[in-house]
Design a protein around this ligand. Structure first.
Ligand code: GTP
Length: 361
């Protein structure tokens, strides 16, 4: 089976992290998100992958290339203008002559794709949709089913009194190639809004594959941070420490897991690094700094006595001494001068520089 990974969206909600970096390349436990997806697909014996995207981001091409480094085959299907989730799949039609799986390129899951494929084959449906339960389905596409697991209705972002089920579209579909007949070429078409409802109306059978297995998307900074936290807990254990290469941690520094420390990081005396936290490659943490539940991409520098909590810093950020960041998101190359206290939840765009001692909340 082939997988089509959709990765041509604008990723606006993840800005400023995605101002310079494609959503599939943002690091999760110091590896590009797409690498986790490739590993997952391989666990289900899927090694033929089509990446449906706009222009191929340079960093994707140089890291993944033709996929051989990951024992997979990666092909690229590009769009000169965004064609929507279904339009992008139609655009990749030349790769699709057998049943295939479509994956939203921002979904991380343990859903048993092998079992889902069995259900798809047994039921002979034109489409089998993975469904996942959420507490509040009003921000998602709700999918209603009958007692035999057939899809009966789609409700996009229902209001509270319209909600009849907490099962939402998980962004993973197994499709028969003849579904492509329902998608016009070279047009902006969405599966959820345009294709699936008309397939149902035409009397085709669509099946649901509900699952309680871990599922999240990394569509927002909060969910992206939470995925890193969840994976730290389960990959290196609730109190675990993992070092990816040479590092220099001063003996007086306190490191409380789960913490992942990238190659070449330096943590100076009297620092506290409290998990769940990830330090990307080459980060420098100066004397007495405190980092709690945060995610730093590579080459960040945190000054003396600065404090970070629940924050995400993209590559090469500098936070000056004694500055305070709580639930902040910084794009690449942001410089926060010393002695600043950013407002909680602040988002700072790449390259911005805040002079010392100018912000205090
Ligand atoms: P937001 O701008 O924050 O909503 O993010 P997004 O653009 O990624 O949109 P959304 O989360 O709804 O998209 C779900 C998945 O479909 C993501 O992996 C997107 O990259 C992908 N996607 C959305 N629109 C397109 C498109 O027009 N073409 C392709 N190839 N993929 C798309």
């Amino acid at each position: 089976m082939r997988a089509v990974i959709l990765s041509g969206g604008k990723a606006t909600r993840l800005r400023p992290l995605t101002c310079n970096t494609s959503k599939v390349m943002i690091p999760v436990l110091n590896r590009p998100f797409l690498q986790h997806l490739v590993w997952y697909l391989k666990r289900h014996n899927i090694v033929d992958i089509t990446l449906a995207t706009g222009k191929i981001p340079d960093e994707v091409e140089s890291y993944f290339g033709d996929g051989s480094r990951f024992d997979a085959t990666i092909e690229y299907s590009t769009e000169s203008v965004p064609l929507g989730t279904a339009g992008a799949v139609k655009n990749a039609e030349r790769f699709l002559d057998r049943p295939f799986v479509v994956f939203n390129g921002d979904v991380f899951t343990d859903i048993d794709l092998t079992a889902m494929m069995d259900v798809h084959q047994r039921r002979g449906a034109i489409a089998t949709l993975a469904l996942t339960p959420v507490d509040d389905p009003t921000a998602y596409g709700v999918v209603e089913t009958d007692d035999e697991g057939r899809v009966t209705r789609f409700l996009e972002k229902p209001s509270r009194d319209e909600v009849t089920s907490n099962l939402i579209n998980a962004g993973i579909y197994i499709l028969r190639p003849d579904i492509l007949n329902y998608i016009p070429p070279n047009a902006f078409v969405m599966f959820e809004r345009d294709v699936f409802p008309s397939v149902l109306e035409a009397g085709e059978t669509m099946c649901a594959y509900p699952s309680d297995d871990y599922w999240t998307d990394i569509g927002t900074p909060e969910r992206y941070l939470r995925l890193n936290h969840d994976l730290l807990g389960r990959d290196i254990g609730p109190r675990g420490l993992k070092f990816e290469g040479r590092h220099d941690i001063h003996p007086s520094a306190q490191v409380e897991g789960p913490v992942l420390i990238g190659k070449g990081c330096r943590v100076a005396s009297n620092c506290t690094i409290e998990g769940p936290t990830v330090l990307g490659q080459g980060c420098q943490i100066r004397e007495g700094a405190v980092i709690q539940s945060s995610l730093l991409w590579q080459d960040c520098e945190i000054g003396r006595g600065a404090r970070l909590r629940d924050s995400i810093l993209a590559s090469s950020c500098y936070v000056g001494g004694e500055s305070l960041l709580d639930s902040c998101v910084l794009g690449d190359n942001v410089r926060i001068g010393s002695g600043n206290q950013l407002p909680q939840g602040a988002k700072i765009w790449p390259g911005k520089s805040i002079p010392r001692g100018t912000i205090s909340f």
